[in-house]
Design a protein around this ligand. Structure first.
Ligand code: PDD
Length: 261
């Protein structure tokens, strides 16, 4: 009778761990706090206690590179009713699984993507476990032999089914502005920080669907899959159909940044 199960009344995070160390843990915890606040759920644990849970999961799973999943639901109630029950206690669920990050050589093989109509709700900024639309759209990509679906709303490309979107045009990096239509990815933030450090010109602005077909490079980013170059979009090559020069520069900077931490 948990509301996470019955209603998808819950939020989550996915945090990569490199050499026993959660990557960007503070940023993930801030986003978790924002998601919890957005669904009016009082944070069940403070950051210190979250860190203790992470440390225990990492240690009990043998350390190294892992991926932590954590979920907070509103909790369980014997009665299935839509409004929030009184005095309900949140349920916390967390696990850690081995993280098999791809090498730069593997990542440079790239992925294929398709464009699909974004059928999600208008609060995609909340990292909610209501992922049915994302699941169906990703499945559509897989059924067509692609690895990711790029979601298009009202003529604008917003993000992937579980990734953020970057486009390169004339050596300029473009990514959609953070708003209610997409998830503010932690990897997205790292990429923008690194772009500034690397003196790569970038802009946060809406991307027209049409711009995808004339892009020099398209990248999709997420905590577990890092920065993936899209080589094919709707079966047509992106740019010259190879991992582009800006992607190579960015992935090198990303690997170095991870190493330093
Ligand atoms: N998904 N957009 C959506 C819709 C996502 O679900 C995700 C991540 C991202 C990238 O965010 P980040 O860089 O913080 O991982 C963007 C996770 C990994 C998942 O559901 O498994």
């Amino acid at each position: 009778m948990d509301r996470g199960f019955l209603f998808g009344d819950s939020v989550y995070e996915v945090i990569p761990v490199y050499n026993n160390k959660p990557f960007r843990a503070e940023q993930h915890l801030t986003r978790l706090a924002n998601s919890l606040a957005a669904i009016q759920l009082t944070t069940p644990l403070d950051n210190n206690n979250w860190h203790k849970i992470f440390a225990e999961l990492i240690q009990q799973n043998g350390g190294g590179h892992q991926s932590i999943y954590l979920q907070c639901t509103r909790g369980f109630s014997p009665l299935r009713d839509f409004p929030f029950p009184n005095n309900i206690k949140p349920t916390i669920f967390a696990y850690s699984a081995p993280l098999h990050s791809k090498s730069v050589a593997e990542l440079s093989q790239g992925i294929s993507a398709i464009t699909v109509k974004d059928i999600r709700w208008l609060r995609c900024d909340i990292k909610s476990t209501n992922l049915l639309a994302n699941v169906l759209l990703r499945q559509q990509a897989v059924a067509q032999g692609a690895q990711e679906a790029i979601l298009v709303r009202d003529g604008f490309a917003v993000e992937g089914s579980a990734t953020n979107l970057f486009v390169v045009k004339k050596a300029k990096l473009i990514t959609p502005v953070k708003n209610n239509l997409l998830l503010g990815g932690i990897t997205r933030e790292v990429v923008l920080e690194l772009a500034a450090q690397q003196k790569i010109t970038f802009v946060e602005r809406a991307i027209k669907e049409k711009e995808l077909s004339t892009a020099d490079e398209i990248w999709l980013t997420s905590s577990n899959r890092e920065i993936m170059p899209v080589m094919q979009l709707n079966t047509k090559p992106v740019g010259d159909g190879q991992a582009g020069p800006l992607w190579r520069k960015m992935i090198a900077a990303y690997q170095e940044f991870k190493q330093k931490l």
